[in-house]
Design a protein around this ligand. Sequence first.
Ligand code: 5GP
Ligand code: MN
Length: 331
Amino acid sequence: MKEAYKIVELIKAAKNIVITSHRSPDGDSIGSSLGLYRFIQALGQSASICHPDPCPSFIEWVKDDAVIIDFEESKTEVVEKMQAADLIFCLDYNGANRLGHAMGEVLTACKGTKVMIDHHLNPDDFVDVSVSEPSVCSTAQLVYELVNDSGNSDLMTAAIGTPIYLGIMTDTGSFRFSSVSSRTHEIIAKLIDAGVDHTAIHQDTFDNNRLDKLKLRGHIIAERLEILAEYKVAIISVTEDILESFNYIKGDTEGLVNLALSIEGVEVAAFFTEKGEDVKMSFRSKGELAVNVIANENFDGGGHKYAAGGINHDTVENTIAKFKSLLPKYF
Ligand code: 5GP
Ligand code: MN
């Protein structure tokens, strides 16, 4: 990472540092934020983590004593922190709109120097320093490279390494996606040498299911799955009423779209989740179809060839109908 020294100089010179990441946080946005936060502390500085919305419960454990201030809960505090910041990190996203409209506008109006560290394609021009590495599996891996390439590998500890491991693990489907490189495994080896307990991370993340969560997932697969055999497409969906009946909390349906994708013969999976007046979509592909193209051209979204998402202002039923009507065009 050629910007590593420059970024560390910015950290050392800053008075108020804020770390932001995208809406609907995942293991990589949380992991890269906390890894950077603790690296900044190891450099003798401090930072505030300001996210659009709360951390999902399945990775709450990784926060330990760190605080994530979220815009949904503490709007005024987040706005004050961002306005006062002279250095703002934009982790794991490629455009201000990925913070959501309101927080995105706050970011755009901020005076502080903005540094993006991200691995999504086609970043917007919204920052002062841009580290964009779409071939790298995760932003957490890029945070590792920042530590390493700025000559600070001696500062790597289990505290910094654990969230980095989490981010890499979750963004690679536990090290299985094609985005994993030999470098990824080299980094994992270094993290284990630094004291990271990989077994504990997997257990804390994946072996801590609430019964309601498993029942909800079972219900969606049993009752809300449709397979369109001629397109090799699996569709799953959920309404707010159903979520409520299973005492839904954020993160309960995380990764469920991948379960639909794992069905034999299925090459594309789409998951439709009712959210107020909108429907949030998650798309996955393991075949030729680039789901980010469908998301981008029709659902105000984007992402990668094999994992994308978007949003539609309509009912679940109508959104699924729209998706189905598009399939002849894309296959
Ligand atoms: P997920 O299905 O896990 O929510 O999202 C998968 C990927 O799709 C994310 O890593 C992100 O790149 C992309 N993505 C999801 N939702 C959106 C969206 O609303 N807009 C854009 N541009 N990309 C999205
Ligand atoms: Mn990521």
